[in-house]
Design a protein around this ligand. Structure first.
Ligand code: PHE
Length: 443
């Protein structure tokens, strides 16, 4: 608090890469591909792009404005602009951080295990049985802990020396890996069938509220919105950065990586005739179908698989960092804890909260739905109302450092009317009822 100056990014591009690192992660590869497979391929991609532009982009700019303007973590940022009665919203953000990171590192742990095992032994042909063995229980828990330890180590290093430096190295690597894999996938025999499935829309699916919910939820999850992650990263920014432009770059890069990941996943699945496996998709789809494809492709498959899991691990790591940073930065700002203590202690607590998800993929799936459908969408709804109606002078704050008139003139109206209307519809019509159903099915 007073006395210690706030940490800062060393460069604007450092911030942009870290924010893209937060956005690009398991959401772009694991979540995006199973949702696209489930919801009729291109129909979902179109809706998801629309949700990114109409809902994701305005909410992203809202978070950036709140963070940069207040120079604080979520709770004091909301109190700064809205008074003390907004504190509970900040607490909900922190809770989301705990919840999402707790199972995010479990999935990242699966990826870590698959990547390491592929280097040492290769992929198992009986992929479904293998997934069943390693995705829950002590194995999953051990890799979950390992992944959490790496995340803690980087966050404890600080904003510029830990997070920024890691992103500067890892993000270019991730882009190269994903693009390289897409180029390789294009050379496969079945690639055309994969593209046909991925890129030709089934328009009948566009009108279902559940596809709309999946697309909106995916835009939020993938852009790290609705829980203060982007807000927290922006709180380490100076006043000279063009926020609307930064928001466009972050959203554009995030969509591009998801789209390219689809160009990797679908050709692979169709080249090996595994599409029937995908239609029965669950949280495990990517971890069953792709390793099966890699196993059937022999030594080349093994190499490609290692690179694929490397990309997944890198993406997951830079996202996990941002999730932990939300709670760490809150402990520093609100409780006066030193960064080191906050990182280690909170990392340990969150790892413990993740134990049930490491024990059962059904629990993991349910926690993912609660976090995404209720917390992120609900957080986004409140956030758009906050910046749309409560905060004084958001346009002025967004214009600071932004030269020239841009699209964001209509930004506040989107936040006031369009975003809340769509989010309310999605929440009431599908997100809340379907989440309760998932929870009921657990018992
Ligand atoms: N955006 C990350 C991904 O796509 C996940 C995430 C959600 C990160 C919320 C931070 C906050 O994998």
């Amino acid at each position: 608090m007073a006395g210690v100056p706030r940490e800062q990014w060393t460069s604007k591009s450092g911030f942009i890469l870290a924010a893209i690192g937060s956005a690009v992660g398991l959401g772009n590869m694991w979540r995006f591909s199973y949702l696209a497979a489930e919801n009729g391929g291109a129909a979902f991609v179109i809706l998801y792009l629309a949700a990114t532009l109409v809902i994701g982009l305005p909410v992203l700019l809202a978070e950036l404005v709140l963070g940069r303007g207040s120079q604080r973590s979520p709770i004091p940022a909301l109190v700064h602009y809205g008074g003390r009665r907004w504190k509970p919203l900040g607490l909900i953000f922190i809770t989301s951080g705990f919840l999402i990171l707790s199972y995010y590192t479990v999935i990242a742990g699966w990826a870590l295990r698959y990547g390491l095992a592929a280097i040492i032994w290769g992929f198992d042909v009986d992929a479904a049985a293998h997934f069943g063995e390693v995705a829950s229980g002590w194995d999953a828990f051990a890799y979950h802990l390992m992944f959490m330890a790496i995340t803690v180590f980087i966050v404890v290093g600080g904003v510029s020396r830990g997070i920024e430096r890691t992103s500067l190295v890892l993000m270019p690597m991730l882009f190269a890996l994903v693009i390289g894999l897409a180029v390789y996938a294009a050379t496969l025999d079945g690639a055309a069938a994969g593209y046909a499935y991925y890129l030709s829309p089934d328009f009948a699916k566009l009108l279902s509220p559940s596809v709309l919910k999946d697309a909106t939820g995916q835009a939020f999850f993938s852009l790290s919105l609705g829980m203060g992650a982007m807000l927290t990263f922006a709180s380490y920014l100076g006043r000279d950065i063009h926020l609307p432009r930064a928001a466009l770059i972050i959203a554009g890069a995030d969509f591009a990586v998801a789209f390219i990941a689809g160009l990797v996943v679908f050709p692979l699945i169709f080249a090996l005739d595994l599409s029937a496996d995908v239609s029965a998709s669950t949280v495990g789809a990517l971890f069953i179908t792709l390793p099966k494809a890699f196993a059937e492709m022999g030594q080349i498959g093994r190499g490609v698989g290692v690179l694929f899991f490397a990309a997944l691990i890198v993406g997951a790591l830079t996202s996990a960092i941002s999730l932990l940073e939300v709670v760490v930065s809150s402990a520093i700002d609100n409780l006066g804890w030193p960064r080191r203590r906050a990182g280690i202690l909170l990392g340990a607590v969150i790892a413990a909260i993740g134990a049930p998800s490491a024990w059962s993929t059904n629990i993991l799936g349910a926690v993912d739905q609660v976090a995404n459908n209720i917390f992120l969408l609900g957080g986004g709804l409140t956030l758009s109302i906050f910046v749309g109606w409560v905060m004084v002078g958001p346009i002025e704050e967004a214009s600071e450092g932004a030269t020239g008139v841009s699209w964001f003139r209509s930004w506040r109206n989107l936040l006031r009317y369009v975003v809340p209307a769509i989010l309310l519809f999605v929440l009431i019509y599908d997100a809340i009822p379907s989440t309760f159903k998932t929870i009921a099915d657990l018992f």
